[in-house]
Design a protein around this ligand. Structure first.
Ligand code: HEC
Ligand code: HEC
Length: 207
């Protein structure tokens, strides 16, 4: 009995300062976050996506050299939950339109990604080249795969991310703001998606 009431009092004395701290924590960071310069807000983004524009994180896309309009529309889709991907939905949920624009413009200035130094499989590259030509990836993404306007850069993108994205378009899990990719991917066998992802990841192909 005595022990229990002692614990009860202890909990009571601890609760008040803990609550005060919590209230302070809830009030303080908001104005600070708003005043925080964009370069600081970009730090966690770049930790995942790569400071140099080339991502070193599995299944996280490189963002360097992406057209700003493409980045903007993807960030918009994350915020609106039209594209589902943890953690991006959570990260963008309180962004204003100006935030989306500022992040897109800043990330587009990073240098285009570079392919991995090794791992190129010449036969798979060749198979991917033939399949990419057949499905005319370059007509929309540019012959040099650099993208333009609201169409992403896919040359030297991470292979695991490319394959994940293509499979998600194929199943309709990722619909895109434009149905083009769902239509393109629907008709491509999985083994060709694998080859195309490899071909693009080691962009540009050896001459
Ligand atoms: C914890 C890691 C992580 C952090 C932090 C992060 N991202 Fe992402 N981001 C991802 C992943 C994973 C995806 C791909 C989701 C998918 O598979 O569709 C992504 C996708 C994106 C895309 C779409 C790119 C494309 O090619 O379609 C943009 C733009 C983006 N993130 C911007 C940002 C910005 C801006 C921030 C900072 C506010 C940020 N990210 C922070 C993991 C992260
Ligand atoms: C008719 C035009 C068109 C063609 C052809 C096309 N694409 Fe796309 N692609 C798009 C558009 C538009 C988007 C952006 C869609 C969205 O919002 O998700 C896109 C997005 C992508 C993405 C997602 C990029 C990212 O960073 O998230 C990949 C990967 C991709 N395309 C690969 C390909 C490949 C590989 C081919 C050839 C097999 C191809 N595309 C052919 C128009 C096209």
């Amino acid at each position: 009995m005595a022990g229990r009431s002692f614990q009860g009092r202890r909990a009571g004395t601890l609760r008040a300062p803990a609550l005060a701290l919590l209230a302070g924590a809830m009030l303080l960071p908001l104005p600070r976050a708003e005043a925080e310069p964009l370069t600081e807000r970009l730090v966690p983004c770049l930790a995942c996506h790569g400071e140099t524009g080339t991502s070193q994180t599995p299944e996280v896309p490189s963002l360097g050299g992406q057209p700003a309009d493409f980045l903007l529309i993807q960030l918009y889709q994350f915020r609106e939950k039209q594209r589902i991907a943890e953690p991006m939905n959570e990260l963008t949920k309180d962004f204003t339109d100006d935030d989306l624009r500022a992040f897109a413009e800043q990330m587009a200035k990073l240098p285009p990604p570079v392919p991995p130094p090794e791992g190129r499989q010449p036969e798979l590259v060749e198979k991917g080249r033939v399949a990419a030509q057949r499905h005319r990836c370059g007509t929309c993404h540019n012959p040099d795969m650099s993208g333009h306007d609201q169409i992403g850069r896919i040359g030297a993108q991470r292979e695991d991310y490319l394959l994940k994205a293509l499979r998600e378009y194929k199943t309709g899990e990722r619909r895109g703001y434009d149905p083009a990719m769902v239509e393109v991917a629907r008709g491509i066998p999985d083994e060709d998606l694998v080859a195309i992802s490899h071909y693009l990841a080691y962009w540009p192909p050896a001459q």
